[in-house]
Design a protein around this ligand. Sequence first.
Ligand code: ADP
Ligand code: MG
Length: 140
Amino acid sequence: MALERTLSILKPDATQRNITGQINAVLENAGFKIVAQKRLQLSAAQAGAFYAVHKERPFYGELVAFMTSGPVVVQVLERDNAVAAYRDVMGATNPANAAEGTIRKMFAESIERNSVHGSDSLENAANEIAFFFSGLEIVA
Ligand code: ADP
Ligand code: MG
């Protein structure tokens, strides 16, 4: 398996409950290395641009409002097969459908307040990483 990088966001429901360390402990125990990390307050323009792919979805406005409701932690994760492996450890979008042991099963509050974002393809991972980080900010 090839070493890959993927973008992770710890969402406002996680920062508000002060559980970012608990989530990152799950990730580190699953073999991910956090090679870049910063805490940000997103503007509506930034959150809207990041989630532009969902612009036509009925939940887009609420999603942007949620993602700007408090700080987020954006981070780059590195591991073999990181994109798919991180999707697995995140669990299903709706925590009601998430498997035992996944982050969303353990921590998510609802389909919207589901604690974590993860890139869904290697191509999107590269674009999402570049959205938040310069090369100088990523240190393996
Ligand atoms: P994922 O984060 O699992 O890749 P999506 O890309 O489909 O899921 O959706 C992006 C985010 O939008 C979700 O993580 C969640 O916060 C929110 N979301 C998705 N579907 C809904 C919905 N039906 N109602 C409210 N929020 C939603
Ligand atoms: Mg997605």
